[in-house]
Design a protein around this ligand. Structure first.
Ligand code: PAF
Length: 282
């Protein structure tokens, strides 16, 4: 596995592969890798085959964190991540510095003005501006044919797909299923922050998804009613504080008034300062 730290070297390598018609599959991450990330690497390998190149990036992107958020505390373990990437068959690991990605005087950002405004975008108003900017930059540096994102960040994947369509990026976005712990908790680098009591109660996210799925099984239910039922379920856990629960059309992200099978649920729940998200198709 090659480790590349400069934008120029990564772009040069990517251009060489392009010239030889070698497809590049790309998995952007912020590191502190877990099984969920490794499933994205495996998917990228399946997509480009053994003759293709799988590129993963590790970069904790400061512009997607608000000043009040956990940027400085975001978990990092590059030595462990390198080993995991090597063992998972990554060909090139791109690990740029802040100076490489945002040199002095940097002033260009990408903003999506529709899908990014609800849910995560409403709770974290500058988040998607940072995500889209860094992802666009990474696409221009890595030049992938296909990029793989996790379904756990459902809205992120939708916003990135919209950017790719709107700005004519010549690549395909693939969304891979959420990988879960045996008790249903979606894998996340942030799970590490949870105290034992919070970790135990964090299964309330996946339980809420199951609750909502069951509720709409036979007939549609009013979104307001279902929101208050999920909120009540979550309020029974003393460590949990609901940020939002939303029901919406999975293609347009338009909120549903009557929630039916096939709609999407997404929610965010705080445990102390740790904020976890999850989602599912109902
Ligand atoms: O999902 C993530 O880990 C990040 O938002 C991403 C896509 C790597 C951009 O920093």
């Amino acid at each position: 596995m090659r480790i590349v730290t400069s934008v120029a070297a990564m772009q040069r390598l990517a251009k060489e592969f392009k010239a030889k018609n070698v497809p590049i599959g790309f998995v952007p991450t912020m590191g502190y890798l877990h099984e969920g990330h490794l499933s994205l690497v495996k998917r990228a390998r399946d997509l480009v085959g053994n003759t293709g190149q799988v590129v993963a990036s590790i970069y904790v992107n400061p512009t997607q964190f608000a000043p009040t958020e956990d940027l400085s505390k975001y978990p990092r373990d590059l030595a462990r991540d390198k080993k995991l990437c090597r063992d998972a068959g990554v060909d090139i690991l791109f690990v740029p510095s802040d100076k490489e990605m945002y040199p002095a005087g940097y002033s260009t950002y990408i903003v999506e003005e529709s899908l990014s405004k609800t849910m995560e975008g409403a709770s974290r108003p500058t988040h998607f501006r940072g995500v889209m900017t860094i992802v666009a930059k990474l696409f221009n540096i890595v030049l992938p044919e296909v990029a793989v994102f996790g379904q756990k960040d459902f809205q992120q994947a939708a916003v990135i797909q919209k950017m790719v369509t709107d700005l004519n990026f010549p690549l395909r976005i693939v969304v891979a299923p959420t990988v879960r712990e045996s008790d249903g908790l979606a894998m996340s680098s942030r799970n590490k922050y949870l105290s034992p009591a919070q970790r135990e109660q964090a299964t309330i996210l996946s339980q809420s998804l199951r609750y909502a799925r069951k509720a709409v099984l036979k007939h549609p239910v009013s979104a307001a009613q279902l929101k208050s039922e999920v909120a009540k379920l979550i309020s029974e856990k003393n460590e949990a504080r609901l940020d939002y629960v939303a029901f919406f059309d999975p293609k347009t992200l338009k909120p549903a008034e009557q929630v039916k099978r096939g709609d999407q649920i997404a929610l965010a729940v705080f445990f102390g300062k740790t904020r976890l998200i999850d989602n599912a198709k109902l």
